[in-house]
Design a protein around this ligand. Sequence first.
Ligand SMILES: [Zn+2]
Length: 277
Amino acid sequence: MKSILLFGIALMLSVFVISCSKNEPLEEVAAMPEVTEFVKSRVISLGFSAEEIIATEGGFIVEGDIFISNEDIAASWIEDLQTLQIGENEQYNTTNLVTGLPRNITVFLKTSGSRSLPASYGAALDIALARYNAENLRVTFTRVYSASAGNIDITRASGSYLASAGFPTSSGNPYGSVEVNSSAIGTGTSSTFNNYLATILAHEIGHCIGFRHTDYMDRSYSCGGATANEGASTVGAIHIPGTPTTADPNSWMLACIGTNGNRPFNANDRTALSYLY
Ligand SMILES: [Zn+2]
């Protein structure tokens, strides 16, 4: 059980408590008093639940670990989005995917300067990228050591959540940044820790290339607590053929993870990955 104080700013009035759960969300979620009705309506239009929105730097966090920028909230193209068919209960992707395949995606881990992460995190990143590259997909990943060369930059988050990311752009590029909260995750060099962090990084990269939460229909499946439908509509929650419509306890895209949990791709994950890429 964990009780975690969220965003210690004056506007933050509530503490979100997860009870009867062994897992913690990749981000904590809670309703923020200053989230306006307009913001909620735009979040819904984008296809996400408006139940749990966190105001954060430059935008909002929805569904626990998904970042939506202020620019996206204000964008007029949202009104032109069409609702897509909602699938069953497992393995979802968003409408936007990375295009221009086959394609190599470069990933940069920031280990110096502002918002930098421990250099030891590189071992976990290497594991995460190797997990993808072992699948012989039409997207491959290469770690780079210069910020300007990274399609995805991984930097330190300022919130108390574990990590956050976003979805591919409408022009077919991966989401460009992953924020990781090293103070919440901690550091370590053991294989257990590295696999745990690799699972978090692979999960966030999964968002960047278009995967939603496997248990998006009810995040209480992996997070515990009350039933909470993350919602679905215009970002697109499309059931991927061949993946189950029953619960999958080991997917790397479950919304919550227990400390030191390790979720390499399982058979259903591989089906989903190979279908999309
Ligand atoms: Zn997530």
